[in-house]
Every structure is written in structure tokens, then in C-alpha cells.
Write a protein that binds this ligand. Structure first.
Ligand code: ADP
Ligand code: MG
Length: 691
């Protein structure tokens, strides 16, 4: 791999600054050059003061007319400044006495700052300024001035010095930054070389319009974005090749169990389900492991698709494991699956971290002996002591809750030389280009259709001073034979507090609604207790279920057609959409009431608006991306996708397909380059080697 140049080879970078740079992930001089300016300032031209408008960032030159200290709410130093074309006020809230003494009438200055409207005239607040000496005129800057994203203790002047030195080393070819992109690729896109691109980004020439730089669509930047995306694609490609290179048991079923299941269902598969079932079936007969992600909005029927895949494994004489992110969801899966499968002679097993004693030992024995052909569980399934007789298929529900490593750990549970096939399901739809990057190690299937007969959920936002009205509405709906959820949210991540809040809400609602039967579920109840409440809710005996966000995923009670979410402003869009997905599962029209607390912040207001306007998970996901950014939405933990340094997955989406195509060619034709690109951009941040 290419050698790195240590940070202390730069003047002025001792242990302290090295530590500060380290905080930004910069470990060597090469890294420093990939730390690009956030924006630029034009100090190359001096602007006549008379031409300035509020909002302009500009360099001006002139002479001090008057300087005085204004006492008031905030003591400040006010300097009246003119160049003959106009005058402007320089305002300083912090100043030393030396500064005060230096800024005297008659003194000439060059200043840089952003003009804004003050109480009486245009002002520059805390401008950068330098005293001008008429006998030795100073040249203006030759390049646009870069402004770097920084960390405490590193000023822009230091940044300019550090990057200036690094660029010097680059120009003298003293860094290990070889061109790694083959010239045919560069030529095809009209990209500059790496060296040119870096020089341009750090010190753009003055003739480039600022608007072009701000917009960011420039070959120099695009080239770096492309290189970074390419490196990520390469690393994921290798991860994938490595996995595909392993063997897996071909799961050839005779279709007998599947047929029996389908013929007993009161409905037919949707076309989208049918298509995805076929995609999976084709993967499963291969002797290389399937790695497939199924995306589909809440309620589209992913569970059934998973069960059909599981039956194929079972028919072929193998075991299948279904892993859910919460106990509640795992328990519900067992219940639903039992309804479908027990008549076929397949009894689902269950394993969670709360399974204890004899029950647990027996379950483990049935897995190891192979009598248990389908097991449902939580992350407890991939603990070391769990051994399978012949695990052929691993299904992971609601992928966004699990990390890549957990996924891989379950993978290891196959027979020594063979990996099980893997199916991952998520209701957090992300745009296809993003999915291709975030989950590039997986193939993608999309269920883009809801079962027929669903009526869209109507969502309303109400301030919580109308709580009484809402309570009355709950009473009316429940007495009319419907069922409702009441979801409690809490800011703190404290489960204990959240459960307590839910308990209090349930008690309060029980007082207000004595005619209703109210149930309560939260994360601290024992499994049997939760199970009992859910069973009663499902049976229609409980009218109103008060719950914490534990019901967010997967819970399925079609008769529940009203959901109240308290303090929805505390939740993100994805979570709100998931919660809302618990209603709208039957044929009556469902309602979701967002009972918010005023005043709403701007972002929270937007989130609630999105919820009111759309039921479409893809639209919600796109909005969520805009509001939170891909890093947050995808989460490095979930995807193994390290934070990008230059590329912005949302803004630079258009380059992703190109980077993908280039990745394939590079791996075939320039494999050595591929390794070095990964090393440069991804390094050990993405654990692609440890699969
Ligand atoms: P999700 O994709 O959110 O996991 P589920 O698998 O929980 O959705 O399915 C939601 C509900 O839709 C379940 O009650 C399921 O039985 C039902 N369902 C699944 N497929 C169909 C279909 N093709 N037609 C009608 N109902 C279906
Ligand atoms: Mg589900």
C-alpha cells in the first residue's frame, strides 16, 4: 500500500495540532489534502464601498474617519470607514486596547467581511482587517480564499498555512498521491488529474465565478467525488465477491409445502410479492449464498414472502431462522407463522435472550438436532452457544435495526464449509441509487404494491390542548367496535422513564374512559405479560392499547384503525411512518392523530406536514433524507458505510451509477489500482476484509 507522509513533516504541526487534525480524521498529509474547503471568499478584488449591498462578502479598502466606543447593552467599538465612493461602519464587540489604539482616524485599512444592514447604515461586524502602508502597498490575494471546516483551536490562517505547505509538497511530488484512475476514465469524463483537482479545490483561480464554486458542479470536485464513490463501490464489490465466492447449499424444494400454504390463504399474492418470491426462489437454488434485500413499505406483506422462502429451505431438508429486532415482534411472528404453518406440520420454535432454563435447553437441542425446522428469535439467535443442524436460510426482518456485523455473525452459523442464504427485509425504503451504495453487497428486490382493499390512513396534527377532544374521539371509535393505539414517546432514551410515562398515561386514560378496556405494553413487561396483552388486543377484548414505541415495528392487528401519537415532534419521520403503519391494515378508513406540543420547531413542523401529506413510504424516506442527510438515515453502524469525506450521497447521487460501472471495469482490468483506491479512501474504516 502507498506510504503516508506524517503530519509532523509540516512546519507548525506539533503534537497538539496533529491531535486536532486527528479529531477530523486526518492522520497524514495526504488526508489533509482530501479535507476540502467548505466555501471560498473573494479577496482578490477590492470592491468600492459605494457598490456594496447587504449580504455581499467583499474586500474593501479605505480610511478611518472616526472611531468611538459606544457603551450600551453591549460595549462596542464603532469605526466609521470610507473610500470616497461611500462609507460603512465597522463594528467590534470584542477588542483589545491595542486594537482600540491602532484604529485611529486617518489610518488606512483593507477589510474583509460580510456587509449587513445595521441600525443606521451598512456594517461589517468583526471584519478581518489589515493596516495598509502607503509606502509599501500590499498586493491583494491572488487566489480565492478557502474557508475550511475546522475544529476548536485551528484557525483559518493555520488551515491556509497547513494546506499551503501540503500543496507545495504535492507540487514537488513529495507526497504519495499517485494518480490511481486510469487515464481513459479521466478522458471519458473530462476529469482533471488528481493533482490538478486538489490544487484547484484548495486554491481556485480568481477567474472562476464564485457562483460556480458554490454550486459545486465543477470537474475538479466531481473528479474527487467520483474517485471516492468508486473506492466505496470497489470495497463493497470485493466484500460481495468474497461472499459469493463461498458455497451455500442449493435449496431445491418440491413446492409441496408452499402450495399447501398458498391454497389455504384467504387472498392471493400481490404481483409484487409474486415477483419477489420468484427472485428469491431463483437465488436459493444456487450453490452460492443469496444476499438479497427486500424493500417494501409497511404493510406490503414482507412476512409472507419470507415464509414462502423459508418453506423452500424446509422442503429441501434444511432449517430456516427468522431474526426480528424486538421481542414483541419476534413473538408476534411466532404467533402469525404458527397460524400459517402448524397446519402444514411445521411448528415454529422461539428463542430470545429471555428464554431460560429447560425451555431454552430444549429449544437449543431441537435446533442442534434438526427437529426444529424454523426458528424465530431476536439477536439471541446468533449467540455462540446456538448451533444448527443444517441452517440453510437466514431471514432478517427490519434490517435497519441490525448492523452489518450482526448480519454476518448469523451467517457464520451455517455448516463449516457452507454459508446459509440470507434474506434481509426492510420497511425503510431508500432511493435506489443510495441503496446501491449503502447495501452494495446485497441484491435488491422491491415490493412496490400494497395488498388490495387497503384505505389510506388519514393523518391529522392537533395541538395537545385539544387532548380532551381526542380522548372523546377514542371513546367513540372504540364503542363503535374499532380498536385504537395510544403511543407514548419520550425525549430521553431511558426505557424506564418511557415505561413509566406509558403507565401513567394508561392510568389517566382508564380514569377518563371507564367504559373501555385498556391494555398496556412496554419494553419492561415480562414476555408472557406482553404476550397476554397482545393476544387480548388481537382478539378484540382490549379496546385501547397504550404503548411505548416498542410497537413501532411489525405489530399487525387489522381491526385497529385509530392511532394517537403523543408528542410526535420527538420522533423522526421514519419512525413516525413505521408507527402509523400499524393502522390502515383493514378495510375501514384509519386515522392517525399527531398530538403535538406547541410551539413546534421548523424541522418538526416539516416532519408533521410530510406525515399529513403522504402515506407513501418512498416519499417519506426521501424527505427524511433531505431533512437528516444520508449519514443519519443510513447510519454507518447499520450499513458499514463509512462517512464519505467529499461525496454527498444525496447531492452526488448522479455519479453513483457511473462509479459502479467503473468499479467493475477497474476490478477486471486494474485490480492493483482497486486495492490502492480502497486503501486511500476507505482504509480500515470499512471492515470489508473481515468477512
Ligand atoms: P410488512 O411488509 O409491513 O411486514 P406484513 O407482512 O406484516 O407487512 O403484512 C401485513 C398484513 O397484510 C398481514 O396481515 C398479512 O397477512 C397481510 N397480507 C400479506 N400479503 C397479502 C396479500 N397479498 N393480500 C392481502 N393481505 C396480505
Ligand atoms: Mg414486517
Amino acid at each position: 500500500m502507498d506510504k503516508k507522509t506524517p503530519l509532523n513533516s509540516l512546519r507548525g504541526v506539533g503534537p497538539k495540532n496533529a491531535q486536532r487534525l486527528g479529531k477530523l480524521g486526518l492522520q497524514c498529509v495526504e488526508d489533509v489534502l482530501f479535507h476540502l474547503p467548505l466555501r471560498y471568499q473573494d479577496r482578490t478584488r477590492v470592491v468600492p464601498i459605494g457598490c456594496l449591498r447587504a449580504g455581499d462578502q467583499a474586500a474593501i479598502e479605505g480610511v478611518i474617519e472616526l472611531a468611538q466606543i459606544r457603551l450600551g447593552r453591549r460595549r462596542s467599538l464603532l469605526v466609521q470607514f470610507t473610500d470616497g465612493t461611500g462609507s460603512i461602519l465597522l463594528r467590534f464587540f470584542h477588542f483589545t486596547s491595542a486594537q482600540r489604539n491602532a484604529l485611529q482616524p486617518g489610518v488606512r485599512l483593507r477589510c474583509f467581511g460580510e456587509a449587513r444592514n445595521g441600525p443606521a447604515s451598512l456594517e461589517l461586524v468583526h471584519p478581518d482587517y489589515r493596516r495598509l502602508d502607503e509606502r509599501a502597498p500590499q498586493a491583494v490575494e491572488e487566489n480565492l480564499t478557502p474557508v475550511y471546516p475546522s475544529t476548536e483551536g485551528l484557525h483559518q490562517l493555520a488551515w491556509r498555512d497547513i494546506t499551503g505547505q501540503a500543496l507545495g509538497l504535492l507540487q514537488r511530488d513529495e507526497l504519495s498521491l499517485p494518480e490511481l484512475i486510469p487515464s481513459e476514465f479521466l478522458a471519458a469524463q473530462g476529469f482533471p488529474s488528481l493533482k490538478e483537482a486538489l490544487l484547484f479545490m484548495h486554491r481556485p483561480p480568481p477567474d472562476v465565478p464564485m457562483s460556480t464554486l458554490d454550486e459545486g458542479n465543477i470537474p475538479a470536485r466531481n473528479r474527487l467525488v467520483f474517485e471516492e464513490l468508486l473506492a466505496h463501490q470497489l470495497s463493497l464489490r470485493l466484500l460481495r465477491r468474497k461472499q459469493r465466492g463461498k458455497s451455500a447449499p442449493p435449496l431445491r424444494g418440491d413446492g409441496r409445502l408452499q402450495q399447501r400454504l398458498l391454497s389455504r390463504l384467504p387472498f392471493a399474492l400481490t404481483q409484487a410479492q409474486q415477483r419477489v418470491v420468484e427472485e428469491i426462489a431463483a437465488d436459493l437454488v444456487s450453490n452460492h449464498p443469496m444476499l438479497r434485500l427486500v424493500q417494501g413499505d409497511v404493510g406490503c406483506g414482507k412476512t409472507l414472502v419470507a415464509v414462502i422462502a423459508a418453506l423452500q429451505a424446509i422442503e429441501a431438508g434444511f432449517q430456516a431462522a427468522l431474526m426480528a429486532p424486538t421481542e414483541l415482534l419476534a413473538e408476534q411472528h411466532v404467533r402469525n407463522l404458527s397460524g400459517w404453518l402448524v397446519p402444514l406440520g411445521v411448528e415454529p420454535g422461539y428463542l430470545s435472550s429471555r428464554s431460560k432454563g429447560t425451555a431454552r435447553r430444549e429449544q437449543l437441542a431441537r435446533l442442534a438436532g434438526g427437529e426444529c425446522r424454523l426458528v424465530v428469535g431476536t439477536h439471541a439467535l446468533f449467540q455462540e452457544e446456538v448451533a444448527f443442524h443444517a441452517l440453510g436460510l437466514v431471514i432478517i426482518d427490519e434490517q435497519h435495526r441490525f448492523g452489518v456485523h450482526q448480519r454476518l455473525a448469523l451467517h457464520e452459523k451455517g455448516r463449516a464449509a457452507e454459508l446459509p442464504h440470507q434474506l434481509v427485509m426492510t420497511a425503510t425504503p431508500i432511493p435506489r441509487t443510495l441503496a446501491m451504495t449503502a447495501y452494495a453487497d446485497l441484491d435488491l428486490s422491491v415490493i412496490d404494491e400494497l395488498p388490495p382493499g387497503r384505505t389510506p390512513v388519514r393523518t391529522v396534527a392537533l395541538p395537545d390542548n385539544r387532548r380532551d377532544e381526542v380522548v372523546a374521539r377514542v371513546a367513540k371509535a372504540c364503542l363503535g367496535g374499532r380498536q385504537a393505539y395510544w403511543v407514548c414517546t419520550l425525549i430521553e432514551e431511558s426505557e424506564a422513564l418511557q415505561c413509566q410515562a406509558a403507565e401513567e398515561t394508561a392510568a389517566g386514560l382508564a380514569l377518563a374512559l371507564p367504559e373501555l378496556c385498556i391494555g398496556l405494553v412496554h419494553g419492561r413487561l415480562k414476555a408472557v405479560e406482553k404476550e397476554a396483552v397482545m393476544a387480548r388486543f388481537k382478539a378484540g377484548e382490549v379496546h385501547l392499547l397504550v404503548a411505548t414505541t416498542v410497537i413501532e415495528v411489525g405489530v399487525d392487528v387489522p381491526n385497529a384503525s385509530l392511532m394517537i401519537i403523543e408528542n410526535p415532534e420527538r420522533l423522526g419521520l421514519a419512525q413516525l411512518h413505521q408507527l402509523r403503519g400499524r393502522v390502515g391494515r383493514g378495510s375501514v378508513e384509519s386515522h392517525c392523530l399527531l398530538l403535538y406540543h406547541s410551539p413546534l420547531g421548523e424541522n418538526a413542523r416539516t416532519r408533521l406536514e410530510v406525515m399529513r401529506e403522504t402515506n407513501d413510504g418512498f416519499v417519506v424516506a426521501r424527505k427524511d433524507l433531505e431533512l437528516r442527510g444520508p449519514g443519519e438515515v443510513l447510519g454507518t453502524r447499520q450499513t458499514g458505510l463509512a462517512q464519505m469525506r467529499i461525496a454527498d450521497l444525496l447531492r452526488d447521487q448522479a455519479w453513483i451509477p457511473l462509479a459502479q460501472a467503473a468499479a467493475d471495469r477497474l476490478l477486471d482490468q486494474y485490480p492493483e489500482q482497486a486495492g490502492r483506491l480502497i486503501d486511500r479512501w476507505v482504509g480500515n474504516r470499512l471492515d470489508y476484509g473481515r468477512v
